[in-house]
Write a protein that binds this ligand. Structure first.
Ligand SMILES: Cc1cc2nc3c(=O)[nH]c(=O)nc-3n(C[C@H](O)[C@H](O)[C@H](O)COP(=O)(O)OP(=O)(O)OC[C@H]3O[C@@H](n4cnc5c(N)ncnc54)[C@H](O)[C@@H]3O)c2cc1C
Ligand code: SF4
Length: 479
């Protein structure tokens, strides 16, 4: 156990955020430094409660009470060993995970949960600083070749696991740089890209090869893929976005979030789709919408309004989301702290443009839920001025034309790539991991799927495996 009285004597703390007016002038992460001695006290709040529900909350099964105790004892080196035992990339989850573990923390039943995610990021940051994170190349090679399609967190986790047990792994990525949504979806102010690059250097030193700018199914045919490799892992993400086919959708100024965020992640304030001086509306109240909000403010938007069709969630757990589930709550992300307004229970019915086809506004209506459907409330229609509208309404599943149809893998009823319990698709030797099989999800699930799929591929290639398999494809969050 960590500090036997820690949870009674130490209040929860977390890193503060840099002042808004300073952080809006750059694209760097928003957090202030959190001193090690304060962090050790936070880790000491862990009660080592006997049945650690945080294990169930974390899809990776991170050994949270163990590393809390090690940090409290100032044994940071063993802490990173325990953390890396279950998570290839704690710097991605430590910055980006919504921390379902904290929602499941036993201390959270009647107090504030342990700051688990903060402990996680501080352990891995310290480990890199101390030089404890080194390449772990395989002891021997198997001679088997594996292609991983897609370089997001699921593809990277699968590739690292498979490389480390001696397979010859090539990761294909159609974008011009490796990382999937970690590279071009998620903005720098949520996770600075040197974190990703540093990890990729480790992977290259271990022997993983990367081929960027290669659209598999187009630049490399499916036949070439099948004949060149002993196994294939599909990790292409859920990139088919949901659209809003209302009148005026064609006006210049209406873009998908994933048309807006990638160039902004490359060129920041000089991005060709730019919010500078514009009134901006973001349609969709989730994380992607919040990323658009923070990006638009950094580009100098005149105003940003975020629209959400669902009603405003409660400030505290509702009865239908009891502990230890991850509750639907009114959350104020760092992007929301920086300004903008949010409108709930509204639906966009039309985009309005000028004679030259440029967006000038939109028409919305308030809605209410009746018999499971959103219906307009009469007399509530109104207009909002905007010159840029960003659609952040989620994703429908993997892109099907090209790779998926050419391979002929079966799809599940939701249009995701179907897998059996060992991540195998309907085509022999082809496996699927991450959002491509699960549908739009989270980084922690993607890493857990990549690790599990790697174990399945290793078994397929060698008849046995020592790799861990933290989740089944059918596992879901505690509900
Ligand atoms: C804007 C945004 C913000 C998000 N923020 C968070 C967050 O803060 N926290 C969190 O936990 N989750 C977040 N998510 C969700 C999270 O990013 C995803 O769940 C996760 O990245 C899925 O990982 P993946 O490896 O399955 O796929 P992806 O990260 O989508 O990577 C798939 C990769 O495959 C490549 N690819 C596809 N087809 C081919 C092909 N034929 N040939 C070659 N390459 C191909 C794509 O170019 C892409 O790079 C966010 C999502 C978005 C869109
Ligand atoms: S990966 Fe996410 S759920 Fe798991 S310990 Fe870290 S913050 Fe918690």
């Amino acid at each position: 156990m960590a500090d036997p009285k820690g949870f009674l004597t130490t209040p929860r703390e977390n890193a503060s955020h840099r002042p808004v007016d300073l952080r809006l002038r750059d694209w760097r992460e928003v957090y202030e430094e959190f001193e090690h001695h304060r962090l050790e006290k936070q880790a000491g709040r862990c009660m080592d409660c006997g049945i650690p529900f945080c294990h169930q909350g974390c899809p990776l099964g991170n050994l949270i009470p163990e590393w809390n105790t090690l940090v409290w004892r100032q044994d940071w080196r063993d802490a990173i060993e325990r953390l890396h035992a279950t998570n290839n990339f704690p710097e991605f989850t430590g910055t980006l995970c919504p921390a379902p573990c904290e929602a499941a923390c036993v201390l959270g039943i009647n107090s504030d949960p342990v700051s688990i995610k903060r402990v996680e990021i501080e352990i891995i940051d310290r480990a890199w600083d101390e030089g404890w994170v080194t390449p772990q190349p395989p002891a021997s090679l198997t001679g088997k070749k594996v292609a991983v399609i897609g370089s997001g967190p699921s593809g990277l986790a699968a590739a690292q696991q498979l490389t480390r047990v001696g397979h010859d792994v090539v990761v294909y990525e159609r974008a011009d740089a490796v990382g999937g949504l970690l590279r071009y979806g998620i903005p720098e102010f949520k996770m600075e890209k040197w974190r990703l690059d540093r990890r990729l250097d480790q992977m290259r030193a271990e022997g993983t090869q990367f081929r960027t700018g290669v659209n598999v199914g187009v630049d490399v045919t499916v036949d070439e893929l099948r004949s060149g490799y002993d196994a294939v892992v599909l990790a292409g993400g859920a990139t088919a976005w949901r659209d809003l086919p209302v009148p005026g959708r064609q006006f210049t100024g209406v873009y998908q979030a994933m048309e807006y965020l990638p160039p902004a992640n490359k060129a920041y304030a000089h991005s060709p789709i730019n919010a500078a001086g514009k009134h901006v509306v973001v349609i969709g109240g989730g994380d992607t919408g919040a990323d658009c909000l923070g990006t638009a403010h950094r580009q100098g938007a005149a105003s940003v309004t975020q629209l959400e069709i669902m009603p405003q969630p409660p400030q505290t757990r509702a009865p239908q989301h009891p502990w230890p589930t991850y509750p639907m709550l009114y959350r104020v992300t760092s992007a929301h702290e920086e300004g903008g307004s949010r409108l709930y229970s509204v639906s966009t019915v039309e985009f309005l443009g000028d004679a030259d086809g440029n967006l000038q506004g939109l028409k919305l209506v308030e809605v209410e839920l009746r018999d499971g459907r959103f219906v307009p409330v009469e007399g509530t229609e109104r207009e909002l001025e905007c010159q840029l509208a960003l659609l952040a309404m989620g994703f429908l599943g993997p892109q099907q034309e090209g790779l998926v149809t050419d391979l002929g893998v079966a799809l599940d009823p939701r249009g995701n790539v179907a897998r059996d319990h060992s991540y195998a698709t309907s085509v022999d030797g082809v496996f699927a991991a991450g959002d491509m099989g699960r549908g739009q999800s989270l980084i922690v699930w993607a890493i857990a799927e990549g690790r599990s799929a790697a174990a399945a591929v290793d078994s397929y290639l060698t008849g046995r495996t020592v790799l861990p398999s933290p989740i089944l494809p059918t596992d879901r969050s505690i509900a």
